[in-house]
Design a protein around this ligand. Structure first.
Ligand code: TXA
Ligand code: MG
Length: 342
């Protein structure tokens, strides 16, 4: 069947916009929704045919599950069972937040939403527009990042429009996302917590709620061939602009020396605000610290494509705090090509 061709509307993030978006959701359509992390492609999580439209619009593999967004803590009980006590404690203490909990799903959550798994990711976003849309539509909303599968996630309505024009009914324009990288995804293993995808909520934030926070090895490593992924998203190509990305671990001085020797005419450097580039090679800055790096990283990867960059050499962020989330996205954008200099 040919996918439907939509005349994608841009909606204001006001009462009218939320009303229109919620009507579309209730009639089984997909809407671009701002959140504090990245924009999502939202549809009624319990409506199979609506959820299938998300997969079609993104070109997403059917076994990669979606996160379900809620606006009231109690909805967790309708969607999940056998919720570990520390999961509930975390939800009560930290939500609304850029934090997704993987929990055993109830049958009301269709298999299309959970990618055939018996668990489902649940999150209460810390974004008034998203919460208003969930409340107004009266549905839990399945929403993956609103990019075409494999591309950098969108942090503005314009990014969503670039990827989704003609593929979804509408996008709510809620301005730029404040966090900039997707939520931290965690699962529960007895009294331990495993981080499957790092985000703005860091291991330090989670430590008070468990014995140990384990960072899954595939957060920073490529999945071994034939290995089973703890989270299906780990096995797919991610966050990739058209240009070839190299992640460079180095000091400022070594980075520019390397760039002088290796970067050509159509290459760009992605550096920190405050780095002093005297090489004559074109550069894009992506913030001065971990939080700013998170906020700007996806827009910068998209910008490299707009500028027709052939290759992008990126100064690696730290691997601690929110830096780990940025590093995790960049190492995937780079297809695990890391250059380490002394
Ligand atoms: O911040 C976010 O989480 C954004 C906004 C829109 O809320 N959403 C988002 O969704 O990033 P998505 O679909 O792009 O990424 C969800 C990730 C995927 O890597 C998926 O494999 C993983 O979470 N995931 C979802 N459900 C899972 C489950 N039941 N078990 C393990 N991993 C799961
Ligand atoms: Mg995504």
């Amino acid at each position: 069947m040919e996918p439907i061709k939509y005349n994608t509307k841009l909606l204001c993030a006001d009462k009218n916009g939320i009303d229109t978006a919620s009507e579309l959701i209730c009639s089984g359509e997909v809407v671009g929704m701002p959140t504090e992390t990245v924009y999502g492609l939202a549809a009624d999580a319990l409506n199979e045919s609506a959820v299938k439209k998300i997969f079609t619009a993104k070109g997403r593999p059917a076994d990669n599950p979606l996160i379900v967004h809620i606006a009231r803590l109690d909805d967790i009980f309708t969607l999940c069972h056998d919720i570990p006590p520390n999961a509930l404690k975390i939800a009560k203490a930290l939500w609304p937040a850029p934090l997704t909990l993987i929990l055993p799903k109830r049958d009301v959550v269709p298999d299309v939403t959970s990618g055939g798994l018996d668990t489902v990711g649940i999150r209460m976003p810390d974004c008034k527009i998203a919460l208003d849309l969930i409340k107004k539509s009266g549905k839990p909303l399945a929403a993956p990042s609103a990019n075409t599968s494999g591309k950098p996630s969108p942090t503005s309505a314009a990014h969503v429009f670039d990827d989704m024009q003609g593929k979804i009914s509408a996008i709510i324009d809620g301005g730029e996302c404040s966090v900039g990288v997707e939520s931290t995804v965690i699962c529960f293993e007895g009294n331990n917590i495993r981080i499957l995808r790092p985000g703005f909520i860091t291991p330090d934030d989670l430590e008070p709620f468990c014995d140990k926070v384990i960072i899954d090895k595939n957060v920073l490593q490529e999945l071994d061939e034939n290995a089973r992924a703890a989270s299906p998203g780990m096995k797919y190509k991610h966050y990739s602009p058209k240009c070839e990305v190299f992640l460079v671990e180095s000091t400022e001085k070594a980075f520019f020396e390397y760039a002088k020797l290796n970067a050509g005419q159509n290459d760009y450097l992605m550096i920190f605000d405050g780095d002093i580039n005297t090489t004559g090679i074109k550069s894009i800055t992506y913030g001065a610290n971990d939080k700013e790096n998170a906020e700007q990283i996806f827009a910068c990867l998209r910008k490299a494509d707009e500028l027709n960059a052939k290759r992008a050499f990126v100064r690696a962020p730290s691997k601690s705090g929110v830096g780990l989330a940025v590093y995790n996205r960049l190492i995937r954008a780079a297809g695990f090509k890391v250059i380490t200099l002394n």
